[in-house]
Ligand binder design. Structure first.
Ligand SMILES: Cc1cc2nc3c(=O)[nH]c(=O)nc-3n(C[C@H](O)[C@H](O)[C@H](O)COP(=O)(O)OP(=O)(O)OC[C@H]3O[C@@H](n4cnc5c(N)ncnc54)[C@H](O)[C@@H]3O)c2cc1C
Length: 418
């Protein structure tokens, strides 16, 4: 336990790992500052339709976490902020946070009047730019902090329609970025991942053929708050696909792309096969895989989906995807069981792309140690701990376990220097 005046633990990144680390540390008595670069907390899991293994929507667990954070006076959440500078001190770290301009403040009631009058539409980052949204909008339906966000760069010159429409004085179009310097006892880095870009896989049709999409796009398409209101459709003609092919290890376990396994892609595709079959019972799904990786209790998911009608698992490496006849896609596959090259066709191809560490090209100003793939390593001696996918690709259950350990290590490191 510590008293309320002792320096806080800084948690960078408020995905499931960062939120968990913040809660565990705060509920054990530490003060915590939780910094998130997006306008709201939750990270990548908020964009998932259903979680494996239980197939529940991420909003359930997230609502509970947000309530725990809101009710805990030891946690301060700073959204739309990043660590601009960090210096090691005797007691831990001195960090300077850069907070983006807060055009919409806490008086916002989410009444929607501002977005109704907004004349501009932007590509919605929450829907991975698959749909458009007003420049002023709620980041997503479960966003916390509960306030709208504004893409100020998209505003037409002189437009102040949103500020005029707001009866709560919640919009300040002249807001400026601010900086804040804090002394913190230790730092938990929970900056997570981004998807491997589809465009880097042109041989599989990525970025070139509209009906070749990534697994992250399928998550958004399947969800009712997504770009197609939950309908699984071919992007090219808006029709439901009759045949869907999942290509496993698309750019993973491949020295030309990501040399490692992202640990979740097999389970994500098995889960997405269920999305397709439940919504389109006449459809046929084929999953082309190198190895079927579903460790521990997740083996049950594999067994169940593999036994479903309309789902076929083929051990084979897909080498090429091209446009075929009649709008279909053609897959060239090395069938490693039959030991021959086969061809298959599909209306929609989903590439199971892996997770890239956000620390890879955008390292934080902490001089962190990273492995060859850009994932972070703990440096307990320097009060610098890593949590969740920032450490290694893993699922939500493993990320939260890791984050609990990270909170304990951060508190231990802080205690040593106090
Ligand atoms: C297609 C797909 C489907 C999946 N489905 C499932 C599933 O069904 N079940 C399951 O258990 N797992 C699933 N996963 C895995 C799951 O998404 C991860 O386990 C989870 O996102 C890890 O959470 P995290 O907090 O470590 O990272 P993230 O979710 O990436 O959160 C990191 C947070 O840090 C923020 N951040 C990044 N850099 C900075 C910075 N410099 N400063 C401040 N903030 C920063 C980000 O904005 C983000 O909010 C899936 C993965 C994929 C690819």
């Amino acid at each position: 336990m510590n008293d309320s005046s002792s320096p806080p633990i800084l948690v960078v990144g408020a995905g499931i790992a960062g939120m968990t680390a913040a809660l565990e540390a705060a509920e054990a008595g530490r003060n915590v500052v939780l910094v998130e670069r997006d306008p709201s907390v939750g990270g990548r899991v908020m964009r998932i339709h259903h979680y494996f293994p239980k197939h529940c929507p991420p909003s359930c667990g997230m609502e509970i976490n947000v309530r725990r954070i809101e009710q805990n006076p030891r946690i301060r959440v700073i959204a739309a902020a990043e660590v601009a500078k960090a210096t090691e001190t005797k007691g831990g770290w001195s960090v300077t946070l850069k907070v983006a301009p807060q055009y919409v403040n806490d008086r916002c009631t989410l009444c929607e009047e501002c977005s109704k009058v907004c004349p501009v539409k932007v590509k919605d980052p929450f829907n991975l730019e698959m749909s458009e949204a007003p420049a002023i909008r709620t980041p997503h339906p479960y966003a916390y902090p509960r306030r709208y966000t504004l893409d100020r760069d998209a505003c037409p010159d002189g437009c102040d329609k949103c500020a005029e429409a707001c009866t709560y004085d919640a919009i300040d179009l002249n807001a400026k970025a601010t900086e804040e310097t804090l002394d913190v006892a230790s730092v938990v880095v929970a900056t997570g991942w981004k998807p491997y870009p589809l465009e880097k896989l042109p041989e599989l049709g990525g970025g070139e053929l509209p009906d070749v999409i990534a697994n992250v796009n399928m998550e958004r398409m399947a969800t009712t708050t997504g770009p197609t209101a939950g309908k699984i459709l071919r992007p090219s003609d808006g029709k439901p696909p009759k045949t869907v092919a999942f290509v496993q290890c698309a750019g993973s376990r491949d020295t030309n792309h990501l040399p490692y396994c992202s640990a979740v892609c097999c389970l994500a595709s098995l889960k997405q096969a269920v999305y397709v079959r439940e919504q389109l019972p006449e459809s046929e799904v084929t999953i082309f895989y190198i190895d079927r990786r579903a460790p521990g209790r997740n083996e049950d998911v594999l067994t169940k989906v593999a036994a479903m009608d309309g789902v076929k698992l083929v051990r084979g490496k897909v080498g090429k995807v091209t446009a075929g006849d009649g709008g279909q896609l053609e897959l060239r596959v090395e069938d490693t069981e039959a030991n021959k090259i086969i061809t298959a066709s599909a209306d929609l191809v989903v590439l199971a792309t892996g997770m890239v560490s956000n620390l890879k090209d955008g390292p934080l100003p902490f001089e962190m140690t990273r492995d060859d793939d850009g994932f972070g390593l703990d440096n307990v001696d320097r009060n610098l701990i890593v949590a969740g996918v920032a450490r290694r690709p893993e699922d939500v259950a493993a990320s939260t376990r890791d984050a609990t350990g990270a909170a304990a290590k951060a508190a231990f490191a802080a205690g040593r220097r106090a």
